[in-house]
Design a protein around this ligand. Structure first.
Ligand code: ZN
Length: 615
């Protein structure tokens, strides 16, 4: 059909102080039986029903000057009375969620995802969607500009004005930032990349761009140039603390602590900056893997309901593995630093007994009600499909490399996924990743997938790592804060003498409040529960800061009297302290390795490919 009318939106930060965007939507030819329209219930990439319709404060419908009756059909859907001319919908959206998943507006900046502000006009989702982005009124906002990957229509670069998307699916996949942000730019693979940083910060943006360019070039080279987007935008919000990212087809939204950003006076690679680069690398990898290679059930998304897939482990886990692989190949981290990151992932996964009760496929399927709705029992009940998914991807990569004598790797599987499903837009069937891994490697991997993905098996790291000249060790944690990855100065025997309670404290507040009580631990056996506040151990006052040192006076096997408040009731427990489990992973390069292991290791961890990328 030609000459179909576009859907026209206008969005204005009408009252920044009241956190209200005003949106109007004009439909030239509304459905004759009465136009139906709705708000998404969730945002792709974050698998939880969020009910964005709840933030619509007032909604008015009219045709010309005449107001039209609107009735609600369900929680997210409305229908207008029929009208003869064009239909205008006007509504306010309350925006006060400083996450990457929703919308936020105050006098310092505005940010929105399309899923939070744009109605879907039923039957007209495939039309061109035009958006006029307006600035707030007043001199205070003269410096504001716009950062988004939404294609410009008549808006000047970084300016307010007209933007457009080919359809509704695209409209809601380009978040928009407005304000007086810092803007920096670089090229990768011949494509312009922007970084917009909102929030107070003193970042070395030159270094950030230089490092991001290395990561982006690696990934473009990995999947094959040119990249599938004409430009790319990193939308960064720097706050006092925070961590989060959400991928889109030509941009990502990131929330980080301002100390995670590199500073001019800190030339070294801090752990925080390494984590931030990992997050950027992760979201950028999604440009291919989940935004274009996607589960068949996401093509298209049903934004009114849960979309069930057993494949989130493959999209989030494989991405979580490659986020660090790309830092290594880009020359941003050393092989030792890469192994430290892997060891930390293995440590995190191994500490939760939930991995023995839920498979990766089940965790993916139930993400909507479990992973995204974690409670105090989560470590005992669910497996994290990011962490164990990354472990599984690592084990799959090593298995393919070992069993094909280095002629194939997970890289080949990823590139085949891209060619077969990404470039074609065909959705990946539920067994598509497994089938392709077998096809590309020529190996029988059914045992691997049955055990590690569909079952509760731990990846066989103690067999795999030595074949790559890497030493795999598990030792007890040094302290409650020990995340693994580093050698301890103490012997395992000495570390095993530290008594533990088998619980994790809440991270904030002065009180020793139990956040998680682990299966089979001393706290659980004593009858302590998550939420309990430990007041004293053997009559001495306990706080969050001193609990570990109070316990250090005892040996594993000794009993202590614990006084704790459950709600407002003081209770007394007897806890028999335990020895810490050997659950902390350390990976290191073996010095004595045979030629086969050396060859596999250098192919896996080898020197970065630093040849310049031809645009
Ligand atoms: Zn992700």
């Amino acid at each position: 059909m030609t000459n179909v009318h576009p859907i026209r939106f206008q969005i204005t930060p009408k009252q920044p102080g009241a956190h209200l965007f005003e949106v109007t939507c004009t439909i030239a030819d509304p459905a004759p039986e009465g136009q139906v329209f709705s708000m998404p219930a969730w945002i792709p990439g974050s698998y939880m029903i969020r009910e964005f319709a709840k933030h619509i404060v007032q909604l008015w419908a009219g045709s010309g000057e005449q107001a039209l009756a609107v009735k609600k059909i369900d929680k997210s859907t409305w229908q207008c009375a029929p009208c003869s001319g064009s239909l205008t919908l006007r509504y306010e959206v309350y925006a006060w969620d400083l996450s990457v998943r929703a919308a936020h507006l105050d006098t310092t900046h505005g940010y929105f995802n399309g899923t939070s502000v744009f109605l879907k006009i039923h039957g007209k989702e495939h039309r061109l969607q035009r958006v006029d982005i307006q600035p707030p009124e007043g001199d205070a906002y003269r410096e504001w500009r716009v950062a988004t990957s939404l294609p410009r229509a008549d808006a000047p670069p970084y300016g307010f004005g007209g933007y457009e998307a080919a359809d509704y699916d695209e409209l809601i996949d380009h978040p928009v930032e407005m304000g007086a942000f810092t803007l920096a730019s670089f090229q990768a693979g011949g494509v312009p990349h922007d970084v917009a940083i909102t929030g107070r910060h003193r970042a070395d943006t030159e270094r950030l761009c230089r490092d991001l360019a290395l990561i982006c070039e690696q990934q473009i080279r990995f999947f094959g140039a040119p990249p599938p987007m004409a430009r790319y935008v990193f939308l960064v919000t720097a706050a006092g603390s925070g961590y989060g990212g959400l991928e889109h087809r030509a941009s990502c939204s990131l929330l980080c602590g301002r100390d995670d950003l590199p500073r001019a006076n800190q030339p070294e690679m801090s752990e925080k900056y390494r984590t931030l680069l990992g997050l950027c690398s992760h979201e950028y990898f999604h440009t291919w893997h989940v935004k274009r290679i996607k589960p068949a059930v996401f093509a298209p998304y049903d934004l009114a309901n849960e979309n069930y897939t057993t494949l989130l482990w493959a999209f989030e886990g494989i991405t979580s593995y490659y986020q660090n692989v790309m830092l290594l190949r880009g020359g941003l981290i050393t092989p030792e630093s890469f192994l430290e990151l892997l060891a930390q992932i293995i440590t995190r996964v191994g500490r939760g007994s939930g991995r023995l009760k839920q498979s990766l496929a089940e965790s993916s399927f139930d993400a909507w009600i479990k992973f995204y709705k974690q409670d105090e029992n989560a470590p005992n009940a669910i497996v994290n499909y990011y962490g164990k998914g990354a472990s599984a991807a690592l084990a799959l990569d090593l298995t393919i490399r070992r069993d094909t004598r280095g002629t194939r790797s997970l890289d080949d599987v990823m590139r085949a996924l891209w060619r077969r499903y990404g470039e074609t837009g065909a959705g990946v069937p539920e067994d598509g990743v497994e089938r392709l891994a077998e096809e590309i490697s020529g190996l029988d991997l059914k045992g691997f997938f049955q055990g590690v993905i569909h079952g509760m098996a731990d990846p066989p790291f103690s067999e795999l790592f030595p074949r790559f000249g890497v030493k795999f060790e598990l030792r007890p944690a040094e302290t409650a804060a020990d995340q693994g990855g580093r050698r301890s100065k103490e012997t395992p025997e000495k570390l095993a003498q530290r008594p533990v309670l088998g619980a994790r404290l809440a991270e904030h507040g002065a009180e020793a409040k139990l956040a998680h009580v682990y299966d089979g631990g001393a706290a659980q056996q004593a009858g302590l529960a998550a939420g309990d506040v430990i007041a004293a151990v053997d009559g001495l006052r306990a706080t969050r800061a001193n609990l570990d040192s109070l316990l250090a006076a005892y040996n594993p096997g000794e009993a202590v009297t614990v006084h704790a408040f459950r709600r407002d009731e003081l209770m007394t427990f007897t806890a028999v302290l335990q020895a810490p489990p050997a659950d902390t992973c350390v990976l290191s390069l073996l010095e004595e390795v045979d030629d086969a292991a050396r060859a596999l290791r250098s192919a896996w961890l080898g020197a970065p490919d630093a040849a310049p990328l031809q645009a």
